[in-house]
Ligand binder design. Sequence first.
Ligand code: XMP
Length: 518
Amino acid sequence: MKSLDIHKGKVLILDFGSQYTQLIARRVRELRVYCEIVPFFIPLEEIEHLHPSGLILSGGPASVYNPKAPSCPKELFALNIPVLGICYGMQLMAHLLGGKVVPSPMREYGRTQLIIADGQDLFQGLGVEALTVWMSHGDTVVELPDHFQTIAHTENCPTAAMRSVDGRLFGLQFHPEVVHTQNGTQIIKNFLFQVCHCSPLWNMQSFIEYSVKKIRSEMGKAQVLCALSGGVDSTVAAALLQRAIGSRSRCIFVDNGLLRAGEAQRVLETFKDNFTGELIFRDTAERFLEKLNGVIDPEEKRKVIGREFISVFEEEADRLGAIEYLVQGTLYPDVIESISYKGPSATIKSHHNVGGLPEAMELKLLEPLRELFKDEVRELGKELGLPARVLERHPFPGPGLAVRITGEITPERLDTLRQADAIFLEELHQSGLYDQVWQAFAILLPIKTVGVMGDERTYENVVALRAVTSLDGMTADWAKLPHTFLEKTSNRIINEIKGVNRVVYDISSKPPSTIEWE
Ligand code: XMP
């Protein structure tokens, strides 16, 4: 298939294990340039084959003089492609091209003043000669390679930015991708547009045109099954498939008995309002709960649910006949995790590969959103005409309430959790706080505690409330919800739900905790 414009002028980000690699990709995409993260050991021939307009070498935790440090061939810098090395990326560039990198006598972490010596190319149009930048390094370039010049310094770092005299290779000791770096986006923008001469072609309208053509040409006459979960990703994926192949894409909604209160009804209504054709609805609650009977271990719960989902999808595919593909709303962060060479994200999310599909599945997988970040998916959904009410919904995990009941899952415990969760969400909507948090939900704990109601001693369940703020779910902070709000929500939960006598609020961030409890 002919390469389509949105991918023309793409940038490759070589991942050396920095916690900020994804953030670099987001910044580049925000500037409407398509980019991909690739492992640092990508072969040179593959880079050439991909025809990137520019390369960015990410930061990373290693030291270049460690023999086991991740590296790349020196010839990478001779490909005649502009390169920007960030932090470790800059040190590696200096090291491989004959400069010298040593441990700094003064490590620099956090905000630092950068003094710019040369305001051309990367530092063009900043309008200032000093910037506050975000540093995080223990090593420093002390000798430049031949044909390089220093273009900025800080108090403790004589070369905080460098360029090759031909203006093709650049190194920054600081992190332009983090918000704490003043004018960081402008610096990345300068690299993309002044140095690499990229065009800002990546937008969701052109993504739709590209995907529709690609799906049509790759799928031929194949029929697909779109599994709706009620969440943003699967709804947007289904809308895209419908746009591309119309009625050859059938939607199915499986009620596994692990949904929030009123969720099945909401999915049916959303479908009726936004899709054409028929929604296949399967009520399989009993079957899932039976399989989960006595299962306590979180990983086991996920596996049981994944297996059961697939067996329902395959039954339906058999019943319908001729279904070849199952559509899944996999997003780019999940893809990155599977290729990431190391870094915190790789281990944090390893436990949920988007619902835990078993490998033995007969249906082929179609993942039309695998190049997109969550915010891009929301923008895409908007372009496809889906309402904000659907697009602004909080993420909800594939295994549903099963991973929000620690311990045994029973119909009674599910019922208790559903009621608590519904009260929490209702209060969030009513107070206008819902849109201010990334995700909010209730968890039912496996312990009972003593309380007093009226004059009676009680010995009942504990509900935990969790609300977090986040950009992409990879890291998160607990939401500082007002005390009056928490007080009202707690009172309602204890007064209205039989069997709950205590509510606690989770004040842990991710890392070291995760968003979900299981
Ligand atoms: P954690 O708990 O790892 O979650 O901090 C990060 C984000 O991922 C969601 N999540 C899942 N989504 N299947 C999914 O589709 C899963 O198995 C799963 N587990 C967690 C979670 O809700 C949060 O938004």
